[in-house]
Design a protein around this ligand. Structure first.
Ligand SMILES: C[S@@+](CC[C@H](N)C(=O)[O-])C[C@H]1O[C@@H](n2cnc3c(N)ncnc32)[C@H](O)[C@@H]1O
Length: 444
């Protein structure tokens, strides 16, 4: 849990997580069992006992130096992932899960008397058997992978950016399969916290913020403000515990499982692919037949969500969500989709480059004659139009973001080489050297 108050305003990615003082945090926060943690353990244990089926895959996100969330999941997991960004925490966890210290016996004792927990006669050995510690980033969690999950004092304690709090909650809940039970705890109205001699930022959230962050992605949600007789520190206003289930509604409940904006985007992707890609070939031509603006819009309808919203990422095949892949099935499998997109982007860049290698911004079929709504003359069609510049900037930024992620995959070396050339070409204005090798057809 987060410790003493101090404030700094910056994103999660720039915090010194690897300098997180695990020993200090452990002693300060968990050296003795607090009354608020005790209540959280009981409520969480009862929630899981009432809702969990057989053995499955569990995850605790942002484990830090706290093993009690993992203990609450122990009877229900044949695999239990403990994930944290800080290398100091990960190093400690890798040692600790092998044979956890006596400190945690007091925490297990709170659970041991409950029906579903009593059969676990040797929790120390059980944790060593099922636990895997991974260094990982909450913002890169894959979707729908785990059957049960916990996230304690993490989403609000990552940075001072509210958007990161909301995204972290969403990433956590969406990494669980629909219907999976979860428990999440938050420090209320925290102004930041001290760990050893370093301060880490926080977002000052309350019960309403937590409720809002779960709207449309979780159901059967119970939010409890946990009271304490002795606050851990200054600069916060108690703890908040959330118990619930992943997914907008229970599986089979009749209502749609997906939050609507997500599902609508997937529907748009599916329709775009159906209209644009047949027999392994991309057909250009958006709402005004093929031209630099309409073609860019056509491509951006896939590329923008893929680069702007982490749920829709396509560059890392092993992290692409199943429903995303289903929507883009017409383009291929998880490995093929980014390859096809790089080829289509390349084709676009070639189409709108003249013989000297200079990008072109002609309006072409985007223009209509004012008098008779007919096609423009060749001279009119070749006139540059600001819309084309604007779409080109948007497309280039999305392309750079996409190929940057894609290049991380060593398996995609051939396409990555092409992406490198493509980026350099956009930067320099020189002619693309792979002319003629692109497999994408041109319909115009
Ligand atoms: C306030 S501590 C909470 C630790 C622990 N869960 C607890 O209950 O005390 C926040 C934790 O989030 C981890 N963290 C920070 N950024 C992260 C990220 N992007 N992905 C995953 N974990 C992160 C930190 O390393 C730290 O362990």
């Amino acid at each position: 849990m987060a410790s003493r108050a101090s404030h700094s305003s910056s994103a999660n990615s720039v915090q010194p997580w690897d300098a997180f003082d695990t020993g200090w945090y452990l002693t300060h926060n968990y050296g003795t069992l607090r009354d608020d943690d005790q209540e959280i353990i009981h409520r969480t244990g009862d929630h899981f006992a009432a809702t969990c089926g057989g053995a499955g895959r569990g995850i605790d996100v942002g484990t830090g130096a706290n093993l009690y969330p993992a203990l609450t999941m122990l009877p229900y997991c044949e695999e239990l992932t403990l994930s944290d960004r800080a290398s100091s925490n990960v190093d400690w966890l890798r040692r600790e899960v092998m044979d956890y210290s006596a400190l945690w016996d007091r925490y297990w004792a709170e659970l041991a008397g409950k029906g579903r927990y009593s059969p676990v006669v040797d929790p120390r050995a059980a944790l060593a058997r099922v636990a895997t510690v991974r260094q990982g980033d909450i913002f890169r969690l894959p979707a729908a992978r785990w059957d049960i999950g916990t996230m304690f004092f993490v989403a609000e304690s990552l940075s001072s950016e509210r958007a990161e709090f909301e995204l972290a909650v969403a990433k956590f809940v969406c990494c669980l399969v629909p219907g999976a039970p979860f428990a999440a705890a938050f420090m209320a109205h925290s102004h930041g916290y001290l760990v050893g001699d370093r301060t880490f930022p926080a977002v000052a959230i309350g019960v309403d913020d937590v409720a809002r962050s779960l709207e449309g992605i979780a159901h059967n949600v119970h939010i409890t403000k946990i009271a304490t007789t002795a606050p851990l520190r200054q600069g916060y206003d108690g703890m908040i515990l959330v118990l619930g289930h992943a997914g907008a509604t229970a599986p089979g409940g009749g209502a749609p499982m997906k939050i609507q904006p997500r599902q609508q985007l997937l529907d748009i992707w599916q329709a775009t692919v159906r209209a644009s890609f047949q027999d392994g070939k991309w057909s250009w031509g958006g709402r005004n037949r093929t031209n630099s603006i309409s073609d860019a819009e056509q491509l951006l309808s896939i590329l923008l969500p893929a680069t702007e919203i982490s749920f829709f990422q396509l560059e890392q095949p092993n992290e692409t969500a199943d429903d995303v892949l289903a929507a883009l099935r017409g383009l291929g499998d998880a490995v093929e989709v980014p390859q096809v997109l790089v080829r289509v982007i390349t084709d676009y860049m070639e189409r709108y480059t003249d013989a000297s290698g200079t990008p072109t911004f002609a309006g072409d079929t985007y223009f209509r004659c004012a008098e008779n709504d007919g096609d423009p003359t060749a001279a009119q069609a070749s006139i540059d139009v600001a819309d084309s510049f604007a779409m080109s900037v948007t497309l280039s930024l999305a392309t750079m973001s996409f190929v940057r992620g894609f290049r991380r995959r060593s398996a995609a070396r051939a396409c990555a080489r092409r992406s490198t050339v493509l980026r350099r070409w956009r930067a320099s204005g020189s002619a693309p050297p792979w002319s003629g090798c692109c497999a994408v057809s041109r319909s115009a």
